[in-house]
Design a protein around this ligand. Structure first.
Ligand code: NDP
Length: 388
């Protein structure tokens, strides 16, 4: 029986992963080693009981008693705190879903990679912050990394066994998020509630707001570079409001291979779960006759300056990815907390990048985890100071 773990099980991606495991037979089909969550203790305990996990871990020490109480009478062990998360990631499994949100997913992901097996990677922050460390950890242990972000899963599937030499470039699509059609002058007054709705995808709040600002797409562009080893100029973004085409691989001979599907994360998660084979998934088949038409437009970098920042980050290399991600996470915290306006997030991130770019060590590739964490902390401090 395959042994699996899910990090960030209580979130949007994690819950979809648990749903797929349950539908495939739950504990009769998979041996669940670890499920982890944050504050949603009832959901974590329910999932751990259903899948008969060995261990359930909350990231928050102070919630250990609540988790223990919620698991009382079951055989699931309860644990809490960042060290417990790392210990859980160190338990060998065949397949692990990395679906913690933010750079908090980096250390558990690196620890899981050191055990070998398959890492199904939703946590794009890991690759943006520390792509070279992620790849090095995988090559040391022989672990295989599979993409879970729908655009990257789409590229992976469209590429098949093609050689990268035959690829001219790739196109990743973007719905445009909540404010795609808003007049530009309205954006400064956008509220958190307005930014937290997505036209097509049901996702966690943070990535939904990042879709409205296109910081999510900016992260995905950098993720594509790190995941597939593409040059920055080979990654194009296309606004596609219907979210049916997720990505296209454009070949040197003028042909393009696109991946299409309903906007449902269970496809990409299930593809990574069943890889290298395919199995039926609870995803609606495409009905293009009903959809009728698909539309496309070029991205507008005045509306979405994050896309320009992504290109600057890729050109800078070194620690720019880690600084960009941490500054973006802090700017998002500041927007959610009402300290800054929606339109101030990009200038805040840009200012942090400009400020830290002058510091010694910024241009060097990350040598180790401690270096990445150092720049992550520095970027958060600098960004938080901007808002005050
Ligand atoms: P959610 O916010 O829905 O879920 C995040 C998960 O991480 C939850 O289990 C949460 O616990 C847990 N968590 C939050 N903070 C911490 C922390 N500090 N330490 C440990 N665990 C923590 O996020 P999503 O599922 O939307 O996104 C997860 C990842 O997948 C992100 O990297 C995102 O970019 C990526 N992704 C998401 C997609 C989507 O459709 N949602 C699509 C493609 C990629 P709790 O909720 O219990 O507090």
């Amino acid at each position: 029986m395959r042994r699996i773990s899910i990090f960030g099980a209580t979130g949007s991606v994690g819950s979809n992963g648990v749903d797929l495991i349950r539908r495939a037979g739950g504990p009769d089909a998979y041996h669940t080693v670890a499920l982890t969550g944050g504050r949603n203790i009832p959901r974590l305990a329910r999932m751990a009981r259903d899948l008969r996990a060995e261990i359930a871990v909350t990231a928050h020490d102070e919630l250990l008693d609540d988790l223990r109480a919620a698991l009382a009478g079951s055989d699931v062990r309860a644990a809490a705190g960042t060290q417990a998360l790392v210990e859980a990631a160190g338990r060998p499994v065949d397949w692990v879903l990395s679906a913690i949100v933010g750079s908090a997913g980096l250390v558990p992901g690196l620890t899981a990679l050191a055990q070998g097996g398959v890492l199904a990677l939703a946590n794009k922050e890991s690759l943006v912050c520390a792509g070279p460390l992620i790849h090095a950890a995988a090559s040391r242990s022989g672990a295989r990394i599979l993409p879970v972000d729908s655009e990257h899963s789409a590229i992976f599937q469209a590429l098949g066994s093609e050689n990268l030499d035959s690829v001219q470039d790739v196109t990743i699509t973007a719905s445009g998020g909540a404010f795609r059609d808003w007049p530009l002058e309205r954006l400064a007054a956008a509220t958190v509630a307005e930014a937290s709705t997505h036209p097509n995808w049901a996702m966690g709040q943070r990535i939904t707001i990042d879709s409205a600002s296109m910081f999510n797409k900016a992260m995905e562009v950098i993720e594509a570079k790190e995941f597939f080893g593409l040059r920055p100029d080979q990654i194009k973004v296309l606004v596609h409001p219907e979210s049916i085409i997720h990505a296209m691989v454009n070949h040197v001979d003028g042909g393009s291979i696109a991946h299409l599907g309903a906007p449902d994360m269970r496809h990409a998660i299930g593809y990574a779960l069943n890889w290298p084979t395919r199995a039926p998934l609870p995803v609606s088949p495409l009905d293009l006759a009903r959809i009728g038409s698909l539309s496309f437009r070029a991205p507008d970098e005045i509306r979405w300056p994050a896309l320009r920042l992504a290109r600057e980050v890729m050109a800078a290399g070194g620690m720019a990815g880690a600084v960009f991600n941490a500054a973006k996470e802090q700017a998002l915290d500041d927007f959610i907390a009402g300290r800054i306006r929606f339109t101030q997030m990009s200038p805040q991130v840009e200012s942090t990048l400009a400020c830290l770019a002058g510091q010694s060590g910024f241009a060097a590739e990350p040598a180790d985890l401690e270096t990445v964490l150092h720049w992550d902390r520095a970027a958060r401090q600098e960004t938080a100071a901007w808002a005050n």
